[in-house]
Each structure stands twice: as C-alpha cells, then as structure tokens.
Design a protein around this ligand. Sequence first.
Ligand SMILES: [Zn+2]
Ligand SMILES: [Zn+2]
Length: 250
Amino acid sequence: MRTEWIARLDMKEMVVLRANEATTIEEHFAVPGPVAAAQVDRWFPGWHRDNGSSRAKLLDFCDALDVAPGASAVHIETRWLKERVQSALRRQELLVVPALRQGAFGPLLPLITQNVVELPKTRGIYIVYRFDIPFYIGHARANIRACLEIHLPRKRRAFAKVPERIVQFDYYCPRIEQETVADVLRELDPATFGDMGLEPDPVEPPAKCRHRDCQCLAYDDRNSRGSPKIRFVAAMKAVCACGHNYVEHD
Ligand SMILES: [Zn+2]
Ligand SMILES: [Zn+2]
C-alpha cells in the first residue's frame, strides 16, 4: 500500500512520498532534488537547536525512508536525521510535491471517473491539461459532468494520443445566470489561452443562433476558420458563418 506524509513547508501543504510510489503526475510536479535538498534548512527551522516541530517532521520523513530509528529515536541526533533526509531528497528517493496543484480555475484533478462523477450537472467551462499545460478548453452548455464523461479514458476521442496517466482538468461553473462564457474567458490569461479554440459541447447538439429567427447551426468562427479562439470570444469578436456574434450561439 502506498504511504504518504503531509507536511507544511514554506506555508504550503506538501505531500512527501517515496519516489517508487509516485505517479507520473507527481514526479512531474515534484520539487527538483537539488532544490529540495537546498531548502532543508528552511523547511526544518531550528533543527540545529533540536526544535520540536522540525524534529518531529524530520522523523516523519525518515519514516518514509524506512530508516526510522524506532524506540531509540530520542537518542538520535537531529543532525543525523536532517542529513539522511537531505541526501534522500538530493538522490530523489523521497519526493516533495505540492498537495494542491492549481489550474486556471482551481485545483488540477486527474481526469478519472472518480473525479468526474462528483461534478455538478450544470453548465460550465473546463480545461484539459497535459500535466499543467492546457490543450483543450470545452464549453458545456447544460451538463459539464456529461461532457467530461465523454473525455474519460475509455470513451475518449479528443485526447487519444495523450497518455491517460498525465491528463488533468479543472473547471468553472458560473454561479449566476447572467455570467456569460465571455465573462468567464475574460478571466483567463490571454498569453496562455488566447489562441486556443473554445471547443463545442461534445454531448449536446450545436446550439442554434438565437439572433431573431436566424437558427444557424454552424459553430466555427468565420475569421479563424475553426473553433472560436478564446481571445475573440472574450472580446465578443467571434463571429459565426451567419454573421452573428458567438454569444448568440452560447
Ligand atoms: Zn445567426
Ligand atoms: Zn451562426
């Protein structure tokens, strides 16, 4: 069974775990070995004065290393503990990984069934990432859970080339009715997301244009000839084949 330890380091919740038990995602986000080793003095303040909480934390780390001194712990020098931990971090036998890894909207979640079944059945925007690099932004007009179910590994189409063990997502569901997709997308960093396309809902049929009695069923932006780009939707400049603004298709 996998074991992990939670430690507060530099005011952040971190997970400490054995490298041979880490997932590919955790390996990716781990503090690099030499950096972690160099931060040990900061992570365990006052270790040289046998500071109680630093010593307790060091003992936890040593547990993770299976070098726990057990009953004789009281006789072990804090310096010895610290040096063991430091060398384990340097050699990356132990990994220190931020407990919460943030996406644009919130914590990054592995795209697996157990994270998807907990989603609300409401409209929303979701981003799918390779580790923390976004590559797909989807818009669910009615049911974000149903949309993401389509993207789960066995049913997945869009991400088939991305190994499932590195795919993560985050999402945002507007709480107020009046909040539009453009409002939500305006909050995203244009340098990272601006040129990505806003992908249509894979579950629902395309939304008809609501402009008067237009009823157009197209989706692509006639300027970029593909899914409307985030920066254009956010600026209300995405225009469909019918000539009406993307918001009419929202
Ligand atoms: Zn129209
Ligand atoms: Zn249209």
